[in-house]
Design a binder for this molecule. Structure first.
Ligand code: NDP
Length: 448
């Protein structure tokens, strides 16, 4: 008789959990995955994927304006139909939800569409009361948006709701100045909303290269976005007309139609029963794990945002793959967290890999900086006064330790360059590579 119902029970069918479940099953394990909402998780259902589709939709606003300079007759006032885009995006999400579900079932993974909570080192209880046992339990439950604690916060929305809005608000205040805030600021602005970004400090996109952050701020303000820095919520009041009056420290109140919170994400560990198995959490509620994704309970593991290491989909996927290969594939694997590239799909987008200039100065002492500050030729003909900025950080031996870019298609261009940075190539090796002309990417091999 099998001692457990499953070899592996995964809680959460997002990017990390789905990868771990599928690969473990392919390695021959008996696997189930419990999911309380929809297979696909944050990235597919209410994150990266639908967000990127909105970013594409938003870009048409500028492209349609620029089209005239490229000879196309476009009406001055193009109509944008939000419900049409929203419904098309949600239909694509449904399609992907089906594809993820099929992948799991085709690989023999049992999908349990219920919430599961841990009741011991090898047991979970499902929402319908059933108990299930597994030799190992993998927590891949992700994170949820943090809501600032202030009177009236129930009037705000998060990125979860942004994909389902009935209409684009005329005026929106976005709280936070990280990834989500800057991406949605661009999206809402291009769809015609007046956008105010409010942050508790004076910085946007903390952790990104300073010169790029300054450039994004400058371009955003030029486009008409407003910023309120050093501001914390004092209260949000809803008037009879449905408008929201937001009071904040250090600034006059503002009246908007929508408030969106984008102030970080909190690991989904509350109420998960982790105490019952001795799984320890860090100060932010994240599951503490070792390099093999093992928690303080030897039979319980965790991958993805719930561990609060690097909250990025491709990292969660690697962690899930490493876990499955290590414990079910006979191939011990650990994720290498160095040189993880990242991007912000703002307008224009930012992409980076490796160390910023200030990080490199702190860690390496002597550094060499190369940059290119240029107006992409498409922007020149379009009459768009928006400059791109590429910056390369090298160590004393000229090895490239960081690349930072803001400009059209920066994330698409950076992925290839990230391979070179990860491989430890030098500035001279970049320069030996013949430019691909005329492109924006060629600036990477022409930096001075
Ligand atoms: P971020 O961590 O990027 O930004 C959070 C912002 O909210 C910061 O500006 C921060 O201010 C502010 N903030 C944090 N805590 C509070 C608080 N208690 N009260 C008020 N303001 C606060 O979080 P996001 O919510 O934008 O995104 C969550 C995560 O999702 C990201 O870390 C990222 O890993 C991932 N993500 C990745 C994307 C991508 O890869 N393109 C896209 C979207 C999300 P300050 O920094 O000034 O202290």
């Amino acid at each position: 008789m099998m001692p457990y119902d499953y070899d592996l029970l995964v809680i959460g069918a997002g990017s990390g959990g789905t990868r771990a479940a599928r690969v473990a099953a392919q390695h021959g394990a008996r696997v189930a995955v419990a999911e309380e909402y929809r297979v696909g998780g944050t990235c597919v259902i209410r994150g990266c994927v639908p967000k990127k589709l909105l970013v594409y939709g938003a870009h048409f606003a500028e492209d349609l304006k620029d089209a005239k300079r490229f000879g196309w007759d476009v009406p001055d006032a193009c109509h944008f139909d939000w419900p049409r885009l929203r419904d098309n995006v949600l239909a694509e999400v449904d399609r992907l939800n089906g594809a993820y579900t099929d992948t799991l079932t085709n690989n023999g993974v049992e999908i349990i569409l219920q919430r599961a909570e841990v009741t011991g080192p090898n047991t979970v209880r499902l929402a319908d009361g059933q108990e299930k046992t597994a030799e190992r339990i993998l927590l891949a439950v992700g994170a949820h948006p943090a809501i600032p604690d202030c009177p009236g916060n129930e009037h705000g929305i998060t990125s979860n709701e942004a994909f389902h809005l009935d209409a684009i608000p005329r005026r929106i205040l976005i709280a936070g100045a990280g990834y989500i805030a800057n991406e949605f600021a661009g999206i809402f602005h291009q769809f015609g909303a007046h956008v105010i970004v409010m942050n508790r400090t004076q910085e946007i996109l903390r952790g990104y290269e300073l010169a790029l952050r300054d450039r994004l701020l400058q371009i955003s303000m030029m486009k008409g976005l407003e910023f309120r820095f050093d501001a914390t919520f004092e209260g949000i009041a809803k008037g009879e007309d449905g408008c929201l009056t937001v009071r904040m420290s250090n600034h006059e109140p503002v009246v908007v139609d929508c408030v969106m919170f984008a102030t970080g994400r909190v690991p989904n560990t509350r109420g998960l029963g982790l105490d019952s198995a001795g799984v320890e959490l860090d100060g932010k509620g994240a599951v503490g794990v070792d390099a093999d994704n093992r928690s303080t309970c030897p039979s319980i593991f965790a991958v993805g945002d719930v561990t609060n290491r690097i909250q990025l989909t491709p990292v969660a996927i690697r962690e899930g793959q490493a876990f499955a290969d290590t414990f079910y594939g006979g191939k011990p694997t650990r994720v290498d967290y160095s040189c993880v590239p990242s991007a912000v799909f703002s307008h224009p987008p930012i992409a980076q890999v490796g160390m910023t200039e200030s990080e490199a100065r702190q860690k390496l002492g002597e550094v060499k900086i190369y940059s290119s500050d240029f107006r992409p030729m498409k922007n020149v003909l379009a009459g768009r006064n928006e400059r791109a900025l590429y910056k390369m950080v090298c160590d004393a031996t000229d090895r490239v330790v960081g690349i930072h870019m803001i400009g059209p298609d920066a994330p698409e261009i950076l992925q290839g360059a990230a391979v070179a940075v990860k491989a430890g190539l030098t500035k001279a090796q970049f320069d030996e590579t013949v430019a691909l002309h005329p492109t924006m990417a060629e600036e990477l091999v022409l930096l001075r």
